[in-house]
Design a protein around this ligand. Structure first.
Ligand code: TZP
Ligand code: MG
Length: 207
């Protein structure tokens, strides 16, 4: 990863459907707790709404946490995000890189082939997905398991993130399998106290 790679150890993916408050309060509380990296992930909002949301989030994260945008390089460009996360069906790494030469670009990978291709395409990290079963993303596919996280780690030279069903109880096992970073949604945003649940996760993965 290009900048501040060591910061990307724990990423919180915000979710306006799962939150008990709103994504801005969640972001503020998570950043206050020490979450170093936040991802904006919205599937149904207009481009204008996304840019407006992300400008607010950028302000909340400013100087404290990195802001990533899921799926939309143009939104990332408009708000000056630090990074972009792309799925297998999103735009190519090359197209994202053209628009965002300085951004950290991550790509989801569920197999060794996808992980190797992401690296060859110029991704800065791959996100092994889904490690465990998750109810948060209905089309996430079957869990790939910790053994596949390890195999992906052994197959690429770029950092490996892991996502899907990760929580304070199993997070350490994900790092022990070789992951450099984890990304979570529900174990933080679906709780009543985002500050407290962020602290709990960070404590569980403390080096
Ligand atoms: N991509 C793969 S699994 C997933 C995403 C966005 C959802 C993970 O959510 P949770 O609640 O941490 O299992
Ligand atoms: Mg996507």
């Amino acid at each position: 990863m290009k900048v501040q790679t060591e910061k990307i150890r724990v990423m919180l993916v915000l979710d306006s459907k799962l939150t008990k408050k709103d994504i801005f309060q969640d972001c503020r509380n998570a950043v206050k707790a020490g979450i170093p990296c936040v991802q904006y992930r919205e599937k149904e909002k207009s481009p204008e709404e996304m840019v407006s949301d992300c400008l607010r989030l950028k302000e909340i994260c400013s100087g404290k946490a990195l802001l990533f945008i899921n799926d939309f390089p143009d939104v990332a460009f408009a708000c000056g995000a630090d990074g972009i996360h792309l799925g297998q069906c999103d735009c190519s790494v090359q197209d994202a890189r053209e628009l965002l030469p300085e951004a950290i670009i991550g790509v989801t990978a569920s197999s060794l082939d996808e992980a190797k291709k992401a690296e060859a395409d110029g991704a800065d990290y791959v996100s092994a997905s889904p490690v465990f079963a998750t109810g948060t993303k209905s089309d996430a596919g079957a869990p790939i398991g910790l053994e596949m996280v390890k195999q992906i780690k052994d197959s690429v030279g770029i950092p490996v993130m892991a996502i899907g069903g990760i929580n304070p109880e199993n997070a350490k096992s994900v790092f022990d399998s070789g992951a450099d970073a984890i990304s979570v949604v529900s174990c933080i945003v679906a709780t009543d106290d985002v500050f407290k649940s962020s602290k709990k996760l960070l404590e569980a993965v403390k080096k």
